[in-house]
Design a protein around this ligand. Sequence first.
Ligand code: KIV
Length: 272
Amino acid sequence: MSISKKEYKRVTVKSLVEMKSLGEKISMLTAYDYTMAKIVDGAGIDIILVGDSASNVMAGHETTLPITLDQMIYHASSVVRAIERALVVVDLPFGTYQSDPKEALRSAIRIMKESGGHAVKLEGGKEIKDSIKKILNAGIPVMGHLGLTPQSIYKFGTYTVRAKEEEEALRLIEDAKLLERLGCFALVLEKIPAALATQVAQSISIPVIGIGAGGGVDGQVLVLHDMLGMTQEFHPRFLRRYMNLHEEMTTAISQYVDDVKSFDFPNENEQY
Ligand code: KIV
């Protein structure tokens, strides 16, 4: 399989639109801290998402709802210090943009000012259009997120595939077109049928990044800790694991424990 790849010293929202028009797929992964972000950026990723999945992955919460704006800013500022090339998109956490557009703008401004991130991501369509408009009017790039929207988990009750029925699929297509019209620079589609995601990607000009949305979209995103095999409990069909880091880390750490207990570490060369 040939790889189409233009060199970008720094990825911007404009580069992403260009990638879509050139047919170059966009790569996106999450990161929440300096060390991981440095590795991910150095490996050539296009977008780093400081996702509110930090609530699950970093803090061990069951959902993304508890993470706060201050915590997102902490994670995002750690990531921003590490990167040289990638575009850094930061999730606005639950409760910081749904109640009114002014609060949404205040939250987005705090993210941009205090973390140095390059764009924000919000979950939802028509119901949050005024908040999106307000943020965009302030010059802050917005990425949309439709399909499975984890911040609404208690409304839906499960993490199953969304928009399988025609009514929900039509609503999703309308929302995608609305986000494009409002001026969002890209859109994440999470866990929806591949045919629907392809249809959306073909009917709008902004890049569509999928997670569990098939290969017909303009790019892919995964949660870093899942694709590295650090998390074990989570194994949806869409997840490709590139490593079994959980096993490798467990082996290394048990070896260290044994070495300490058996007086093997440190040896003569490992001391002053
Ligand atoms: O928070 C997150 O990690 C996300 C991705 C799953 C797209 O929103």
